[in-house]
Design a protein around this ligand. Structure first.
Ligand code: NAD
Length: 490
């Protein structure tokens, strides 16, 4: 029987106030695996009011006690990793090992948030004037909310939520309506944590739900991750309502391969970056810029490695690459490939029309590589978000950096080289917030901020680490003078 998903509000599973549902579809076989509420404004009103009522007691619970719940949360995710990964793969399409990988990333964020008693500390200056002291403390904001994309159903809400609640806020999670079953199961498992009712809530839905979050006066802070156009809309609308917003957007990540790079390692690492998660990672290598006159060595090795990648249903252990999320996504990616060819790119490996036995209704595209891509073509500038790698040449590192810096996105940029000087120049001059040096996915650990730039990020403070703590707290400065009991003077 198809599972009908519910919202989780005030410690209870409740039906959405609007009886409309969307299908949740397994991208590997086209089967409907669940129905998710289309969402409504009144669901958000209920969640915000429950979260706000819970806040008074939660903010007064000492941080050392709040983190005891997080220790349990970590344990529950780890103990149930196999089951969670299975659901994630079923609705999102990635392989089981990729699903398990994102659970590890979620857990790492919980671990960092467990350090909140230290991270939350303020600062103190004695005697700013005779007998006068000044200090600041960090206090929570109230109720926060996260709105997340389809490609990391487990990890992304954990870039924000553990920090927010550890800091003393209450919280509302809004999963992607394309992959809501994973977080629903996680919430069921997290009931064992016994958080006070209303501290952690979940509402489902799409634009109407998100707009209600943006407008609600009792939700002062919003963390968003998704495509750039929506990120910009969320940022502008949230800020217009006077809220704090951190909005991570789309990406188009370039990788520079210098002539002195270790070619075998570069090809292997870049192939994993480009085709892992079927290219649906915001840090996936999308464009390789080959510096020098001999791109063939790289290109021919990349084609044979990409061709050998086993594509299929991510639930099977031998599969290395799953489907893309939806029929629309597959159609969009195939059209972009076609447009690239019409604009003069050379189709070196064509993953369209791939057939996967037993998964005829799946949204599969095999690894695809296009060479000679023009720097002014649509393919070069558009986020593809699929298993497609484009290759472009540059005469020098300067030219490669210029090409990168002309782009609209700045999520990450990587370089493969044996030269410390080239790497340093690249790190210094490239306009991107996450830099990889002989690394294919420059994904910051939980104790660093996820530092997108340009149109990959709207806001000031990023997700994860101290940035998340600062985002979910406000500073209060106190200046105080006490009667001097020893001298009896002020
Ligand atoms: P999306 O923008 O379509 O959806 C993201 C979220 O926004 C969903 O929860 C959705 O319900 C909501 N939403 C969609 N349209 C909306 C609208 N008009 N108004 C209000 N809310 C709306 O993104 P997606 O397709 O789920 O995810 C893929 C995108 O996310 C890619 O562009 C990818 O680069 C990006 N992404 C970025 C990062 C990062 O860290 N920068 C990480 C992961 C994914």
């Amino acid at each position: 029987m198809t599972q009908i998903l519910k919202n989780y509000i005030n410690g209870k599973w409740v039906d959405s106030n609007r009886p409309d549902y969307l299908d949740v579809i397994n991208p590997a076989d086209g089967q409907i695996i669940a129905k998710v509420p289309a969402g409504s404004k009144s669901d958000v009103l209920d969640a915000a009011s429950a979260a706000n009522q819970a806040w008074a007691a939660w903010r007064n619970t000492p941080a050392v006690q709040r983190i005891q719940y997080l220790f349990k949360m970590k344990q529950i995710l780890e103990e149930n990793s196999d089951e969670i990964a299975g659901i994630c793969t079923k609705e999102c399409g990635k392989t089981i090992s990729e699903s398990k990988g994102e659970i590890v990333r979620a857990v790492e964020n919980i671990e960092v948030a467990c350090g909140i008693p230290k991270l939350l500390q303020g600062d103190f200056s004695e005697d700013i004037a005779k007998g006068v002291d000044e200090y600041y403390i960090r206090q929570p904001l109230g109720t926060g909310a996260s709105v997340s994309p389809f490609n990391f159903p487990v990890m992304i809400p954990f870039w924000f939520m553990p920090y927010a609640i550890a800091c003393g806020n209450t919280y509302i999670v809004k999963p992607s309506e394309k992959v809501p079953a994973t977080m629903s199961r996680i919430f069921e498992l997290l009931e064992e944590v016994n958080l006070p009712a209303g501290v952690l809530n979940m509402v489902h839905g799409g634009k109407e739900t998100v707009d209600a979050i943006l407008e609600h006066p009792l939700i002062p802070a919003i963390s968003f991750v998704g495509s750039t156009n929506v990120a910009k809309y969320i940022y502008q609308t949230g800020v217009a309502y006077g809220k704090r917003v951190q909005a991570q957007g789309g990406a188009k990540n370039p990788v520079v391969v210098m002539p002195d790079a270790d070619m075998d390692a570069a090809v292997r690492i870049i192939a994993d970056s480009a085709f892992g998660c079927a290219g649906q990672r915001c840090l996936a290598a999308s464009t390789v810029i080959i510096v020098g006159e001999n791109p063939e060595e790289f290109t021919s090795s990349m084609i044979s490695l990409a061709r050998s990648r086993k594509t299929g249903n991510g639930l099977l252990p031998e599969v290395e690459m799953g489907p893309v999320i939806s029929k629309e996504s597959k159609g969009r990616i195939e059209n972009l490939i076609q447009k690239g060819v019409e604009d003069g790119a050379e189709l070196l490996l064509d993953g369209r029309n791939i057939k996967i036995s037993g998964c005829e209704n799946g949204n599969f595209i095999g690894p695809t590589i296009l060479g000679n891509v023009k720097s002014d073509s649509e393919l070069h500038h558009t986020e593809i978000f699929g298993p497609v790698l484009t290759i472009i040449s540059a005469g020098s590192l300067d030219e490669a950096i210029r090409l990168i810096n002309q782009g609209r996105y700045g999520n990450s940029a990587c370089i493969f080289t044996r030269s410390g000087a080239a790497a340093r120049k690249f790190r210094h001059e490239t306009l991107a917030g996450n830099i990889g040096i002989n690394i294919g996915i420059a994904a910051p650990m939980a104790f660093f901020p996820f530092s997108g730039w340009k149109e990959s990020f709207f806001g000031d403070l990023h997700g994860q680490s101290l940035h998340a703590v600062e985002f979910y707290t406000q500073t209060k400065v106190v200046i105080e003078r006490w009667h001097d009991e020893w001298t009896r003077k002020f």
